[in-house]
Write a protein that binds this ligand. Structure first.
Ligand SMILES: O=C(O)CCC(=O)C(=O)O
Ligand SMILES: [Fe+2]
Length: 360
């Protein structure tokens, strides 16, 4: 009989030093969790270089993986050229656009210029589009993420879209946070060659080594809106970039290339210079098995902690999340209408709002 095979280091869950009673936590922010003596991702540790060589020598990782690990430890990102073949990406995009046409996903309206009719970015389209779900759960990709985090990767969340988010620089850890800290990774998959004027992904090599800036560090109250995020967090990140003299890099991939980034790597969507250009991409986020996954900015637990299994393909999940965003949009329109009414402006503007609310 064969001896039982021990799980390899990347097949293991993260093991926090103790259990946290999640029901007893009121606001899920970093301060709610024990900070000291928690495990940290192996490539963030001081002995990362030596560990990579040891694992390579023991045959736990391949030469190619060792190269990726060295880059990840040093710069906080890796680029995988030609990772996905074009035929597959085309099929995913066709499926995504068909789902939009059929009303199975409802991208938000995020115009980046006047008269912009292209859809905005859709969160968690994988709930409704099986081909997107298969991208999120791609086993080869999960393997690489697992090796980089040193723990078994759990596919978590997707954002797919035709254009740049034009989002200012941030670390994903304030939006998608883990305890123990740092067990999060994202990939950015290019569905076409990306032009420098289309608002490419901007990132700051080595910035993952800076201290994590979380809501409590900046005195941001847990809130569902983005007011303090925009007025406090984003300027703090800009100050961090200036203070450390960080140099931006722009991801100008060929179709099929992928950039993976570390939980704390600063990045954003740069400004679009030519609004006619598209920039088709899918971003997948992963965390590690064994972690608590929460949203530090809003102080809430992530859906995966609620036992809802919301992270796999399930059309009814998409329907529920579309319902929620419709309710939110209705709310916004209602509020705008009340404001306009109060200020005495009617006519054309309220007719436009009425039309928008009929569309849902
Ligand atoms: O693609 C972009 O413009 C930015 C994406 C991003 O920040 C993210 O998905 O975490
Ligand atoms: Fe991000």
């Amino acid at each position: 009989m064969n001896a039982p095979v021990r799980p390899r280091f990347w097949e293991q869950p993260v093991r926090p030093s103790r259990e946290v009673d999640l029901d007893a936590v009121e606001i899920y922010r970093r301060g709610a969790f024990p900070a000291e003596t928690e495990p940290s991702p192996w490539l963030d540790r001081i002995d990362a270089e030596a560990q990579i060589e040891t694992r390579l020598a023991h045959g736990e990782i391949t030469g190619e993986e060792a190269e990726l690990c060295r880059k990840w430890a040093r710069d906080g990102y890796v680029i995988l050229e030609g990772f996905y073949d074009h035929a597959r990406l085309d099929a995913v995009w066709v499926a995504y656009e068909a789902a939009i046409a059929a009303g199975e996903v409802a991208p938000p309206h995020e115009p980046i210029h006047e008269g912009d009719t292209r859809p905005g970015r859709t969160a968690n389209a994988h709930f409704a589009v099986r081909a997107v779900d298969e991208m999120l759960f791609d086993p080869k990709m999960s393997h690489i993420v697992s090796v980089l985090m040193g723990a078994e990767a759990r596919p978590f969340q997707t954002i797919i879209g035709h254009k740049s988010s034009q989002q200012l620089e941030h670390s994903d850890s304030i939006h998608m946070s883990t305890w123990p800290q740092g067990y999060l990774a994202a990939n950015w998959i290019a569905f076409e060659d990306v032009h420098a004027d289309s608002g490419p992904l901007v990132y700051y090599p080595g910035s993952h080594r800076l201290p994590y800036l979380m809501s409590e560090d900046l005195g941001i109250p847990a809130a569902q809106n983005y007011e303090a995020y925009n007025s406090v967090y984003e300027p703090a990140i800009q100050a961090q970039i200036a203070e450390h003299g960080l140099k931006p890099a722009y991801f100008l991939p060929r179709k099929g290339d992928v950039l993976l980034w570390h939980a704390n790597l600063l990045h954003g969507g740069s400004k679009v210079r030519d609004v006619q250009l598209t920039r088709k991409a899918l971003v997948c986020h992963f965390f590690a098995k064994g972690c608590v996954c929460y949203h530090d900015l809003t102080g809430t637990l992530a859906h995966v902690q609620l036992g809802q299994d919301l992270y796999t393909y399930k059309p009814q999940n998409m329907a529920a999340s579309m319902e929620r965003s419709r309710a939110k949009a209705g709310d916004l329109i209602g509020r705008a209408r009340r404001k306009l009414k109060a200020s005495g402006v009617k006519g054309l503007v309220s007719a436009v709002l009425a039309k928008a609310s009929r569309k849902g």
